[in-house]
Ligand binder design. Structure first.
Ligand code: NAD
Length: 259
């Protein structure tokens, strides 16, 4: 499918690695100028430099989505560089997995810490809220735009050991639906993607047994690639998706329907 984003400016949070990096590349190959917002400067600079070698107009801005001042500075830097913003891909996300309570021989021996809960909420949920609130005024100046948020299939069915992560990804779906209602009449669509298990640094941290179990329930018979998800982000960021608003698009090889 040919997607033309010529003249558009896209922000990809968490664009230094994994799905975000593939998305920055996909958007830029479709003609967009892209700002990568990520808190890891070395990886962000490397990603932008690699994409520049492909003659793509990609610029890295060191940004921590948990810090409002950092996000506001990133908006200013993006507008200074590219003149405005048309697309926001809220992709940055982290995991800090642990069972709610860890039980050994019938006794509670540990469990999720408050820090682990709060850190994941700060990036995956409040970061999406902060970036969206900061970028919407720029979308309005352009007469509309596209927002695509990273949820996950685990938001739909839960997942062992991911109380914090699942709470944030379910919350992202809720915020997506609220903003689709609030911003739709302003020419802004807001959608979410719900990837299954994608081969990135994030899933590399998972136990092999857990990944094998997911694979056995995936009709496509493989993990997803970052490009699989980047294609979905890019479609939802394009004119082809003009009438899609408030949707959650699963990109999971059929995992949620199981085998
Ligand atoms: N990999 C999967 O299987 C999978 C499945 C479902 C959903 N997702 C979601 O897709 C998104 C991307 O996942 P990924 O696998 O590419 O992860 P990744 O760990 O490979 O990359 C995440 C990026 O986010 C950045 N980041 C983290 N905290 C940040 C912050 N405070 N400010 C700015 N940037 C920050 C990291 O530096 C990194 O570059 C995440 O939201 C994740 O929850 C991933």
């Amino acid at each position: 499918m040919h997607i033309d984003l010529t003249g558009r400016v896209a922000v990809v949070t968490g664009g230094a690695n994994g799905i975000g990096r593939a998305t920055a590349r996909r958007l830029a190959h479709s003609g967009a100028r892209v700002a990568i917002w990520d808190r890891v400067a070395a990886a962000g600079e490397a990603a932008a430099a690699a994409l520049a070698e492909e003659q793509l107009d990609v610029h890295f801005i060191e940004t921590d989505v948990t810090q409002r001042l950092s996000v506001e500075a990133a908006v200013l830097a993006t507008v200074a560089r590219f003149g405005g913003i048309d697309v926001l891909i809220n992709n940055a996300g982290i995991t800090r997995d642990a069972q709610l309570v860890k039980i050994t021989d019938g006794t509670v021996t540990g469990g999720m810490t408050d820090d682990a809960f709060d850190e994941v909420v700060a990036v995956n949920l409040k970061g999406v809220y902060t970036c969206t609130q900061a970028v919407v005024p720029e979308l309005l100046k352009r007469g509309g735009g596209r927002i695509v948020n990273a949820s996950s299939v685990v938001a739909l069915n839960g997942n062992f050991g991911q109380t914090n992560y699942v709470a944030t990804k379910a919350g992202v779906i809720g915020m997506t639906q609220v903003w689709a209602r609030e911003l739709g009449k302003r020419g802004i669509t807001v959608n979410a993607i719900a990837p299954g298990f994608i081969a990135t640094d994030m899933t590399a941290q998972m136990p092999a047994s857990a990944l094998d179990a997911m694979l056995s329930h995936t009709p496509a018979g493989r993990l997803g690639t970052p490009d699989d998800v980047a294609n979905a982000y890019c479609f939802l960021a394009s004119d082809l998706a003009a009438f899609i608003n408030g949707a959650v698009l699963t990109v999971d090889g059929g995992l949620v329907i199981g085998t």
